[in-house]
Design a protein around this ligand. Structure first.
Ligand SMILES: Cc1cc2nc3c(=O)[nH]c(=O)nc-3n(C[C@H](O)[C@H](O)[C@H](O)COP(=O)(O)O)c2cc1C
Length: 474
């Protein structure tokens, strides 16, 4: 009975309970039922993927999986196993309705959930309204924001995909325009400022930062936070964690990078406070570490931390007098050591965003040296690398050399949402695609000996050509 129910829509399955006896004999007499199994325990019929999408198949079925690339080896972090090491990097969508996720997010994130990535980190999500970058940024400062996110998380889980969120406060870069509102890519228009004012949904008079130094003269002039304000934001981070529990997220990432509030406290370029939160490295790290500690105490699942490992400003990190002049890799190493003591589970290593005149040498894997430097100091701490990782062999070379443990991809996943499965195909691995998309991956799903070319893999097993010819004609 249970088996029959799984292949019918919920409505029909209820009916089937009463109609079993009238089922044609040929149905009842079948010894094996071939069923389109359902994801158990959810409120609608969705086909179950076994194993979860993006999981490497066993070598017994696919001999080519004998020596799996590291990219497709699972990684376990705080007891949670990620099926592969391709993570969706957080990407602001500037598409929220007063901080609430919409159907855009459902489709955008849902698309990744069905395409085999190891994890999705949802975009920078503000813990207080004035901590949003743009008026349309995501938020988690009130309970009504839980439900639409829960819907997305439930769907990701129905696809066997782990999902987390990046908790954030934009600091002095808050109340600014969405990128396409500021200028279009062709530069047919460009606003004279980045500041979103009140009529545009902004809050330029309520922008908060460690010190009253604007990011640039086109950005809001922030107010230096009082100790009371610092405590209020700290508390908001903890309350957001409580909401994350209700949503069912698998992990949380703290946004400590890109010139937003945590990073602003750490860098001497943006923090010139003279109280316990400014001046010495110890003081500048105090508040970010305090938040990390509180989040660790409140959240027992994996907790990631994104840092900017350098400000990319002119001159050395430390001057001849031993004074720290900008944030850089040496302070990052010390900071990450403290995060490790607190129990942070993974460092997502990015760079930049806090110095308007930053000069970044951009190219494939341009931020990898920073991840690698951290990995060298803390070999047992998982580290992610991000930034122009576009090619599967490139990604694999980083992981197999032990320079990082996972890769975060942003723009390449915008261009190629199916990147994870394409990467498997390119590296000669067979992974599970979504049931519904299997027919697009016949070439990858041809069993082959390790190293064999699968393009015309007929002689190795069920070849692409055989599959093509046997396809149902609909
Ligand atoms: C549309 C878009 C939105 C982004 N939003 C965020 C964000 O919310 N949080 C964050 O830490 N980084 C954000 N980033 C940066 C990416 O996560 C990533 O670090 C950066 O794009 C470099 O990786 P890539 O070369 O793979 O794109 C964003 C990038 C893009 C393209």
């Amino acid at each position: 009975m249970q088996l029959i129910r799984t292949r019918l829509s919920p409505k029909l399955s209820v009916l089937s309970r009463y109609h079993t006896k009238t089922l044609p004999t040929r149905h009842r007499a079948m010894s094996t039922l071939y069923l389109n199994k359902a994801v158990p325990g959810i409120d609608q019929y969705i086909p179950l993927n076994e194993p979860p999408i993006g999981t490497a198949y066993p070598e017994s079925v696919y001999p080519q999986n004998a020596n799996l690339p590291v990219l497709f080896k699972p990684i376990t972090i705080r007891g949670l196993t990620f099926k592969n090491r391709i993570f969706v990097s957080p990407m602001c969508q500037y598409s929220s309705d007063n901080g609430h996720a919409t159907d855009w997010h459902f489709v955008h994130i849902g698309g990744y959930a069905t395409r085999g990535v190891g994890a999705i980190c949802m975009e920078a999500t503000a813990v207080v309204p004035e901590g949003r970058i743009s008026p349309q940024d995501a938020g988690l400062w009130t309970d009504s924001q839980i439900e639409p996110l829960k819907r997305i998380v439930n769907f990701a889980h129905s696809q066997g995909t782990l999902i987390g969120v990046q908790l954030a406060h934009a600091g002095r870069k808050a109340s600014t325009y969405a990128p396409w509102v500021h200028a279009d890519m062709a530069r047919t228009f460009r606003a004279p400022t980045y500041v979103a004012n009140e009529e545009e949904g902004g809050w330029p008079d309520k922008v908060a930062a460690p010190s009253d130094i604007p990011f640039s003269d086109q950005y809001p002039k922030p107010q230096a936070m009082s100790e009371e304000e610092i405590l209020r934001v700290e508390d908001a981070f903890v309350q957001a964690v409580e909401r994350c529990k209700q949503i069912g997220y698998d992990f949380i990432e703290v946004h400590g990078a890109h010139g937003y509030l945590q990073h602003e406290f750490m860098s001497p370029l943006s923090n010139v406070r003279t109280d316990q939160y400014g001046g010495s490295l110890e003081n500048r790290m105090r508040w970010p570490l305090c938040v990390a500690q509180k989040l660790r105490a409140a959240w027992d699942k994996p907790l990631f931390y994104r840092i900017s490992a350098t400000d990319w400003a002119e001159g050395p990190e430390k001057d001849a007098n031993g004074e720290w002049k900008q944030w850089g890799i040496e302070q990052s190493k010390i900071f990450v050591g403290e995060l490790k003591k607190i129990g942070i589970d993974l460092i997502d290593c990015s760079t930049g965003g806090n110095w308007v005149k930053q000069k970044i040498t951009v190219g494939p894997g341009y931020q990898l040296p920073y991840a690698e430097a951290l990995k060298k100091v803390y070999p047992d701490l998982p580290v992610g690398t991000v930034g122009m990782v576009t090619d599967p062999e490139q990604a694999e070379s980083y992981l197999s050399a032990g320079k990082a443990d996972v890769v975060f991809l942003a723009r390449e996943l915008i261009r190629t949402p199916h990147w994870a499965i394409l990467a498997a195909q390119k590296l000669g691995v067979a992974v599970k695609p979504a049931n519904q998309y299997e027919r697009g991956w016949a070439e990858m799903l041809t069993p082959a000996h390790p190293g064999a070319k699968t393009e015309h893999g007929g002689e190795q097993g069920t070849g692409k050509n055989d599959l093509d010819q046997n396809l149902p004609k609909h």
